[in-house]
Structures are given as structure tokens and as C-alpha cells.
Design a protein around this ligand. Structure first.
Ligand code: SF4
Length: 373
């Protein structure tokens, strides 16, 4: 099977963990699967090893037998992906980071302060979200409220820096190359930009990692400039959908309290400040007609903004938990059409960091060498 096809299956249908692999996966040697809170990192993380490539994947997993799906097995030495009893390729799990066993001096598990996602350290700075407090404003696909055990709310800056120091001093010190600040939207006009900027200034003094931030549009472009001046190299401002209808239906808080117009304006402001190829925007795919998503891909790419295709995942504890994931063929059709659209603007599908593509429909070869970080 081709890697592209495999990845589309894994992102939509997930994988079954066979009995032969369970005790090894949860042996403490490997990074155990985590709660998935949105389209972001979580679930089971591994590399597909096929055709000379190592492709990062993070997907939902099940322990139920599924004779029609992809299965992870273990032969006593290595993990493999199999389909109907035939081995498809080897998979490599991610070793359990040593800092996951540590706690901050305040007593918080460092694993709940910042999580390793392949070569990225993800810091959910707030670990909670003002929009998620009510079904009237929550993004319908987001489970941030249910992830408190694994992603602590109310992290202090001291806890974040203690954890960053522990990661930098660990075996991951030379492995991590990106730190992403995000994790929920505070109820302030800057939408977290001021805190992200102050964290970035301190981070730049202690780690060489590329600092990125994910946030909803702050009220004013001044806050985007503040992030840039603080050393943030890349921002994610997620348009989520191509149509006004889907945006209002599935992200009612963003539609009602921030407004679609502000998203468009903010993305254009961001690309002026950070430069083409340094702003990305995630699109949830499979909840609206393909043409609508492709319209957004075109709008973004035309402006030098990197579109990111994130196939919808019906997560437990979300308003859409009973929805079906998109069909594999639809995910693939959209991916191939979107590639043509971005190419017509001399752009590419992101994220630009290959391991960060783990839960998005993009492959390492989509990103031109000049943009690989
Ligand atoms: S803004 Fe939406 S997706 Fe982001 S944390 Fe809040 S509810 Fe979740």
C-alpha cells in the first residue's frame, strides 16, 4: 500500500492494537497513547517506515478486533502494521520521554505541562478555553474540557519553564526543534498573545527551538506584531472551514464573538508581519462539501498562507462524538485537489515541519526543501 493511502486510512479509521502489541506498548518503554483533545497531537504516535521514508502519524486507536482495518502487531522484537494478516510495513513507536516521570516543584506532572509530539514540544499554555465553557460557543469537535488529566489547566510560567529546562537537559534536548504555544483561548482581547510573547522572549534565551504560536485572531494587529517582535517565527490562525455556514455551525463562539471577517483580516495582517510561508491555517475537512474547503485552500494559498488539512475526528466528549469520520476516498480526493490548488499559487500543504504533519493530510514531500524547519 502507498504511504498516502495508508495515512488517509489511519487518520480516518484509526488503528487496532493487536493483543501481541499491547503489553509492549504499555510497558513504559514507549510513549503511551494520550487523550486526543482536538485535531492536535495525541492518540497513538508512530512512524510508518516504508519506501525509504519515515512518516509521522498520530491517530485514534482501538483495542476491539477489526478484521477490515489496519492493525499494529508486535513480533517480539519490532512493531508492524498489518492488514488482513499480511504485514504492510514496519512501524516505529516513540520512546517514552524521561521527563514524563518528573514533576515540577509545585507538584504538577511535567507530562501534563508540555507534551512531546515527535520533534515538537507542545505547550497548552492555558489548558482550558473560554469558548469551551458553553455548548453555545464551544467548537463542536473539541474536547479540551475532557483532557484535564493529561493537559493541566492553569499552568504557571514557572511550571512551563521548569518543564522546558527538564526537556532541554534530557535526551530530547537535541531532538526537539519546535516549541508550540497554544492550548485554548483566554477571554481577553489579545487572545493570549501577550503571554505567548512574554514566554517567547524567555524561551529564546534558553533553547534554540523555533517558537510557534496557535491562537484565534487577537483584536488588533498590534498583538501579532508583539508576537513577532518577541521571536515567534510562525503563527497558526485557523480558519477552520471554507463556508460561513459550517464556520457558524461548528465553531459558533468563533463566529459570534470574533467573527469571520476578523479571521480574514487577521490572516492578511499576519502574513504581512510574519512573511509568506510563516503563517498557517488549519481547515477541518469532511464536515462541509469539498468545494467549500477547496475555496478556503485557494484563498489562503493565494495570500502565501499555508493551508493545513485536518480530517475531522469524532472525539469522545465532544458535540460531534456521534458523527462519522470522513470516507478515506473523500480525504484522498480533497488532498489531491488541494495539492493542485496550492501548486497553482507556488505554495504547499502544511504544516511545514514533517513530524507536525502527524495528524494532518500532508506528506513530507509536500513541503519544499527551502521551507523545511
Ligand atoms: S478555540 Fe475551539 S478548538 Fe480551540 S480550545 Fe477553544 S473550543 Fe477548543
Amino acid at each position: 500500500m502507498q504511504i498516502t493511502f495508508l495515512k488517509a486510512i489511519l487518520l480516518t479509521k484509526g488503528v487496532t492494537i493487536d493483543g501481541s502489541a499491547r503489553s509492549e506498548i504499555w510497558s513504559g518503554r514507549w510513549k503511551a497513547p494520550r487523550m486526543v483533545r482536538s485535531g492536535m497531537s495525541g492518540g497513538l504516535e508512530f512512524y510508518l517506515v516504508l519506501g525509504g521514508y519515515k512518516v509521522a502519524v498520530s491517530c485514534l486507536y482501538s483495542l476491539e478486533t477489526d478484521d477490515e482495518g489496519l492493525v499494529i502487531i508486535h513480533d517480539g522484537q519490532k512493531f508492524y502494521l498489518s492488514f488482513k494478516g499480511e504485514i504492510v510495513c514496519e512501524v516505529e513507536l516513540v520512546p517514552q520521554p524521561s521527563y514524563y516521570a518528573l514533576s515540577t516543584t509545585s507538584g504538577k506532572k511535567m507530562a501534563s505541562v508540555a507534551q512531546q509530539c515527535f520533534t515538537k514540544l507542545a505547550v497548552g499554555v492555558y489548558g482550558s478555553c473560554a469558548l469551551n465553557q458553553s455548548p453555545k460557543t464551544a467548537c463542536a469537535f473539541c474536547a479540551i474540557h475532557a483532557a484535564k488529566k493529561t493537559d493541566s489547566p492553569n499552568k504557571s510560567d514557572d511550571e512551563i519553564f521548569e518543564t522546558v529546562h527538564a526537556v532541554a537537559d534530557s535526551e530530547l534536548g537535541n531532538h526537539i526543534d519546535i516549541i508550540m504555544l497554544g492550548g485554548g483561548t483566554p477571554n481577553t482581547p489579545d487572545k493570549g498573545a501577550k503571554r505567548f510573547a512574554s514566554l517567547s522572549v524567555r524561551l529564546k534565551k534558553i533553547v534554540p527551538w523555533r517558537v510557534t504560536a496557535m491562537l484565534v485572531p487577537p483584536k488588533s494587529a498590534t498583538d501579532l506584531r508583539r508576537l513577532h517582535d518577541a521571536g515567534v517565527k510562525e503563527v497558526s490562525i485557523n480558519l477552520e472551514f471554507g463556508s460561513d455556514k459550517a464556520f457558524a455551525q461548528f465553531t459558533p463562539g468563533k463566529a459570534g464573538l470574533i467573527g469571520r471577517r476578523r479571521y480574514f483580516d487577521c490572516l492578511e495582517e499576519a502574513v504581512k508581519i510574519f512573511g509568506a510561508g510563516n503563517v498557517q491555517s488549519l481547515l477541518v475537512t469532511g464536515l462541509e462539501p469539498m468545494d467549500e474547503t477547496l475555496w478556503a485552500v485557494d484563498w489562503l494559498a493565494e495570500r502565501g498562507i499555508i493551508p493545513v488539512l485536518s480530517p475531522f475526528r469524532p472525539l469522545p466528549f465532544t458535540l460531534l462524538e456521534k458523527e462519522c469520520p470522513p470516507e478515506v476516498n473523500d480525504v484522498l480526493s480533497l488532498y489531491f485537489e488541494a495539492r493542485k490548488v496550492v501548486a497553482s499559487h507556488k505554495m504547499f500543504l502544511g504544516p511545514r515541519c514533517a513530524p507536525c504533519q502527524c495528524n494532518t493530510m500532508a506528506l513530507p514531500w509536500d513541503v519544499p526543501n527551502s521551507f523545511i524547519t
